[in-house]
Design a binder for this molecule. Structure first.
Ligand code: SF4
Length: 297
């Protein structure tokens, strides 16, 4: 069920720098239904606010006044035009966006205030708004990121049932590269025993290089709280033979030190092989300090 809500504020600071420290979540909950989704914890707070039991993947909240509130916040004297990620804990190009069409008005607020933008998506619906993003990219920095796990479509459909195929995402990112946006690939999460084979990792690196997508970062799956239960149920249904291996590997919520070290070595070698790096280079000079948290009036 999709519920329309009005937001009181949009810009949220978080300690963890993930391209930026600022999020503005247009949607809460995500229909992409990735079986490993890290963001499921975020619905707990909505349940408290609304006294409802909600499903992260089925009960989607859409902030219908997002662009208006963003424009007001961007206009505040103390706001320093820091980059804002519009897909922090939910994908702003999930299927609901095809109906609600909130993102064009959100981009108009960014354009009006020349505010740098970060988009992280697993959907090709973002191409619908490429002209607006191109316009914004003329006046400030735009970084478009895709996250991908596997080129094996059979596994991808099980793991990320409502997202675009991995190759479609990579091709979509190339279009944003071609119009001059900064682009980056998150090879994330790498899922032990399912997507961590050398052939898959190498091929994603190879295409990233061939399409000239700039930078790539890779990280293994973390399993905490609700995400762990949902992922283990997924394994039980589709890969029951892996459950005991996972219990050994994830006895602390993250992969074992040995697995992590081995994977990081392999990623380092792939980065060397394809001359790819972890961080992107902004195409426009930074006119403001980008990393300090800003307090509103
Ligand atoms: S696209 Fe991102 S937020 Fe949406 S379900 Fe997948 S991992 Fe979660």
């Amino acid at each position: 069920m999709i519920r329309e809500i009005t937001a009181k504020s949009m810009l949220h600071y978080h300690e963890r720098t993930f391209s930026t420290n600022w999020d503005a979540n247009i949607y809460r909950g995500c229909e992409h239904n990735c079986r490993y989704c890290f963001a499921q914890y975020s619905h707990r707070y909505l349940e408290t606010e609304n006294s409802l039991e909600t499903s992260f993947f089925k009960d989607i909240f859409v902030k219908t006044n997002a662009s208006q509130i963003l424009a007001e916040e961007f206009g505040k004297r103390k706001w320093k035009k820091l980059p804002v990620n519009v897909c922090g804990i939910s994908d702003c190009y999930q299927p609901a966006e095809a109906k609600y069409k909130i993102m064009p008005s959100v981009f108009n607020s960014f354009i009006m205030h020349k505010n740098p933008l970060v988009i992280v998506t697993k959907s090709t619906l973002v191409l619908r708004d490429i002209e607006l993003i191109k316009e914004l990219n003329k006046v400030t920095d735009v970084l478009v990121i895709i996250s991908v796990s596997t080129l094996n479509e059979k596994k991808r459909k099980l793991l990320e049932p409502n997202a675009a195929s991995t190759i479609e995402r990579l091709k979509m990112l190339r279009e944003f590269k071609n119009i001059g946006c900064n682009t980056s690939v998150l090879l994330m999460p790498i899922i032990p025993f399912l997507t961590d084979d050398q052939e898959n990792l190498d091929e994603i690196f190879r295409i990233t290089k061939e399409y000239d997508l700039g930078s790539i970062e890779a990280w293994p799956l973390h399993l905490h709280g609700k995400s762990k239960g949902v992922f283990y149920s997924f394994l039980q249904k589709h890969y029951p033979e892996l459950l005991s291996k996972y219990r050994l590997l994830y006895n602390k919520g993250s992969v074992s030190k040995e697995y992590h070290a081995d994977l990081q070595n392999r990623i380092r070698e792939l980065k060397k092989k394809y001359s790819l790096f972890s961080s992107y280079k902004p195409t426009k000079p930074k006119t403001e300090e980008w990393v300090q948290p800003i307090l509103f009036d």
